[in-house]
Write a protein that binds this ligand. Structure first.
Ligand code: COA
Length: 318
């Protein structure tokens, strides 16, 4: 039996930091309100001309180096993003060209904040069946490009960043299971109108019914956590670390409560980079690994929830 395991992780945040104090000057809000309702203190914004693939390249090179590999060793690229550089070629291919691993499969997955979970699940299957040996899985976004900076309900939340992992085959897990879901009935609660087929209109802007999204996110993440534990015959106490989607500290707390985990066992980075959508889970994972909290052999539960709605989880022996 072949499993996939995480060989290395990497992440990248653009240099420009946008603080809550600066947002106070842009919309009718306050640092106190943002911290209390979301946990966010600052976020990073891509420079003019800096793209999703630019951010992804930094994260990918760091993950490849951490895995002890060279970019040309990568033989599969799965790229989660909802803010691609171009309509086509996809971001996976644009990244492939820069890394120089020419000829290998490269594609992007467009499942909003669950993009990394979907990309990870696909890459895991390819490694398990022996068709990929060094799979690069990326989550990267420049959400600032479709944020309505006049809408205080969303401008305070979304931001830019990238995270990546390299998967390699292993005789022991590794990734124990992944669980993906989508429910299109909720598409109007969180979306960005505009596309090739419908037309781009005047202004790309994320639209969100915050309160409703919050409720469904807590419910769906709670149930995917139960599903993940049940699929592996595990008790809640088996989990060493929750590595959640960094959308809102209150959603994170609700999932931690569901698992009976104290917040000291949860990787929380939302204060530093806001909601970076597909980038948020691999970013948090990389930060938790590099600062020494997450150690080899520990059991990690990753989860994310996003527009669609789409959501998913992964149980990983790191
Ligand atoms: N600053 C100050 N006040 C704000 C505000 C802001 N940025 N945004 C909204 N408010 C006001 C509202 O207008 C409302 O005022 P009112 O009571 O006078 O009508 C009040 O604050 C409460 O608004 P409400 O929307 O009920 O707040 P909330 O506690 O639900 O928090 C969110 C709003 C957006 C932070 C919260 O709903 C949320 O995080 N939802 C999930 C969003 C998310 O994670 N999306 C991505 C999923 S991948």
């Amino acid at each position: 039996m072949i499993y996939s395991r995480i060989a290395g992780t990497g992440s990248y945040l653009p240099a420009r930091i946008l603080t809550n104090a600066e947002l106070e000057k842009m919309v009718d809000t306050s640092d106190e309100w943002i911290r209390a309702r979301t946990g966010i203190e600052r976020r990073h914004i891509a420079a003019d001309g800096e793209t999703t693939v630019d951010l992804a390249e930094h994260a990918a090179r760091r993950a490849i180096e951490a895995a002890g590999l060279k970019p040309e060793d990568i033989d599969f690229i799965a790229f989660g993003t909802t803010t691609p550089d171009l309509v086509f070629p996809n971001c996976g291919v644009l990244l492939q060209k820069r890394l120089g691993c020419l000829g290998v499969p490269a594609f992007s997955v467009e499942t909003a904040c669950a993009g990394f979970m979907y990309a990870l699940s696909i890459a895991d299957k390819y490694v398990r069946c022996g068709e990929a040996k060094r799979a690069l899985v990326v989550g990267a976004e420049t959400l600032s490009r479709m944020t309505d900076w006049e809408d205080r309900g969303t401008a305070i939340l979304f931001a830019d960043g990238a995270g990546a992992v390299v998967l390699e085959p292993s005789a022991t897990p590794g990734i124990l299971s992944t669980h993906l879901h989508a429910d299109g009935r909720y598409n109007e609660m969180l979306y960005c109108a505009g596309g090739v087929s419908t037309g781009f209109g005047a202004k790309l802007a994320i639209k969100m019914s915050g309160k409703e999204v919050f409720k469904v996110a807590v419910q769906k993440l709670g149930s995917v956590v139960d599903e993940t534990l049940a699929a592996n015959g595990l008790e809640r106490s088996a989990i060493d670390w929750l590595v959640p989607h960094q959308a809102n500290i209150r959603i994170v707390q609700a999932t931690a409560d569901k698992l009976g985990l104290p917040m000291e066992r949860v990787i929380v980075t939302v204060q530093d980079h806001g909601n970076t959508s597909a980038a948020s889970v691999p970013l948090a994972l990389d930060i938790g690994i590099r600062d020494g909290r997450i150690k080899r052999g520990e059991l990690l539960l990753l989860e994310a929830f996003g527009g669609g709605f789409t959501w998913g989880s992964a149980l990983i022996r790191y």
